[in-house]
Design a protein around this ligand. Structure first.
Ligand code: B12
Length: 137
């Protein structure tokens, strides 16, 4: 399975990104890491170029809240990405908020898996379960 990962927006927090890259590799995924300060179009372009199965996006400074609103609109420009699994995690708001509301908001933006302040291994377990379930349907 191929995964494109990176940190969305003008967000320089790199530590989680490195851990995600290593953890995905340890789980057997082929990883294309775009690093920090990555814009949505760059994620989608990379998904097309690599034929990725999933996008695993991080936001640590919370600005994904702004970028997230453009996901459906931008993704609609890419005809081959209908089956791309969209996952996001980290700190998904600036400040604090109710997790249920945050998850619902990001699902509405078009994400399949939303991990607000969820630890990495739990999040990656849910990605594996989601991909497994989908391959059987
Ligand atoms: C180190 C740090 C910095 C360093 C970053 C150095 C670097 N190049 O990485 C410096 C000092 C530069 C910095 C700058 C800023 N920071 Co800072 N920073 C931190 C700090 C202390 C630690 C982050 C870290 O590396 N943690 C270690 C990693 C391993 O943990 P993690 O990032 O939480 O990631 C874990 C999980 O979130 C999860 N995860 C992450 N992504 C994903 C994705 C998926 C899919 C899944 C499943 C899980 C997952 O997995 C990781 C491992 O479990 C945090 C506070 C904290 N204690 O967390 C603030 C923090 C992230 N920073 C914050 C802020 C606001 C900023 C600044 C905007 C401050 C400023 N006013 O300038 C700037 C950002 C500028 C920018 N353009 O982005 C806030 C964000 C607040 C918010 N979202 O509301 C925090 C939370 C501090 C705070 N409490 O206010 N920061």
């Amino acid at each position: 399975m191929k995964v494109v990962t990176g940190v969305v927006g003008n967000d320089i927090h790199v530590v989680a990104n490195r851990l995600i890259d290593l953890s995905l590799q340890a789980r057997g995924y082929e990883v294309f890491n775009l690093g920090v300060n990555t814009h949505l179009e760059e994620f989608f372009d990379a998904a097309v170029e690599t034929g990725a199965d999933a996008l695993v996006i991080s936001s640590l400074n919370g600005e994904a809240e702004g970028w997230g609103r453009e996901v459906r609109l931008l993704k609609a420009n890419y005809k081959t990405l209908d089956d791309l699994v969209m996952m996001i995690g980290g700190n998904l708001v600036v400040g604090s908020g109710n997790t249920e509301d945050i998850v619902a908001r990001y699902k509405n933006y078009g994400f399949d898996l939303v991990c607000h302040q969820v630890d990495l291994n739990t999040g990656l377990d849910s990605l594996a379960a989601f991909l497994e379930e989908r391959s059987q349907s």
